[in-house]
Design a protein around this ligand. Structure first.
Ligand SMILES: Nc1nc2c(c(=O)[nH]1)N[C@@H](CN(C=O)c1ccc(C(=O)N[C@@H](CCC(=O)O)C(=O)O)cc1)CN2
Length: 302
């Protein structure tokens, strides 16, 4: 699962795709067991608004992953020009449906829709993305437990643990402060007793901050932002940034790159995630885990 490079000095590449596959097959066997014992399977509802190509791909991959794990999925597809009310109607229907244990609204939504208002209407018990404001509040407060940890952050944590990185007391720097990735990852690392700094677009001299970090989780969406001079020797680098860049030599005319200059990071870090094949596949694996956990909670099945 962890590929050591031929040259001794190069970092380990953390194979998120292989780890995600292992987790997905564990989920599949748990779903099978649930079906055999109580005759029920977990159900996921997906709401997709508009026709963004990337969102369509992610949703397609989520539904395929559900299928492979034996999780039932339903989808509401709404046009880009739909009203907030239409999204609410779909969402409330899924909130009421007892065969649905997880609901997700694919983000980003078109600009005219109020994301916070919509996420706020999700049943807290079915919010498998963990984006409901109350869930985020619980994630941020000591002594409280969120029902669901957001998928990409949960995947990052799993990759960090698998890389052998001890988190307690370590200096962690998170680059980016979005509600989907940067903010929840920072909260999660803090929960695991790291000393966390968030770097964002207004941070002065970010390089001076990142080069002291034992752990870097980057979700800036800026290709090759993180060069070797930004890294401490032996750091673990988790790259959540995914950006398509033009590449006439590839099949679709583009390829995906992360925030990290991968070749440079390999020479300085102790472990690095690739893009693609790092955090992305883990995001989908964690969604399956959260959906399964939700169904287990409903049926009191363990
Ligand atoms: N409701 C949500 N919206 C969004 C989330 C989310 O967790 N919940 N996260 C991102 C997009 N995302 C999931 O929705 C996601 C992004 C990337 C991948 C992935 O597997 N990436 C692959 C490459 C895939 C490709 O070829 O295009 C990889 O990195 O290897 C999965 C899910 C924003 N919205």
């Amino acid at each position: 699962m962890i590929h050591h490079q031929a040259r001794k000095s190069l970092a380990t590449i953390i194979d998120g795709k292989a780890i995600a596959e292992e987790i997905r097959s564990r989920v599949a066997s748990d779903v099978k067991r649930m079906k055999a014992y109580i005759g029920k399977v977990p159900g996921l509802a997906v709401i997709l608004v508009g026709q963004r190509r990337d969102s369509q791909t992610y949703v397609r991959n989520k539904i395929k992953a559900c299928e492979e794990a034996g999780i039932k999925s339903v989808m509401a597809e709404l046009p880009n020009c739909c009203a907030e009310e239409d999204v609410m109607t779909a969402l409330l229907k899924f909130n009421e449906d007892p065969s649905v244990h997880g609901i997700l609204v694919q983000l980003p939504l078109p600009e005219h829709l109020d994301e916070e208002k919509i996420l706020n209407m999700l049943s807290l018990e079915k919010d498998v993305d963990g984006f409901h404001p109350v869930n985020m509040g619980n994630l941020s407060m000591r002594g409280r437990e969120p029902l669901f940890v957001p998928c990409a952050p949960k995947g990052c944590l799993e990759l960090l643990i698998r890389s052998g990185m001890e988190i307690v007391g370590k200096k962690a720097v998170v680059i980016g402060r979005s509600n989907i990735v940067g903010l929840p990852i920072a909260l999660l690392l803090q929960r695991h007793h790291a000393t966390v700094t968030i770097v964002h677009a207004f941070t002065k001299n970010p390089e001076q901050i990142t080069c002291e970090a034992d752990i870097i989780v980057t979700a800036a969406g800026v290709p090759n932002l993180i060069r070797s001079s930004w890294l401490k020797q032996g750091a673990v680098v988790i790259d959540v940034g995914t950006c398509p860049i033009e590449d006439p030599s590839s099949e679709h005319g583009y390829r995906l790159v992360g925030d990290v200059c991968h070749e440079e990071a390999l020479r300085i870090a102790s472990a690095v995630t690739p893009v693609p094949g790092g955090v992305g596949p883990m995001t989908i694996a964690m969604l399956l885990c959260n959906t399964l956990d939700s169904a287990k909670r409903v049926y009191r099945f363990d």
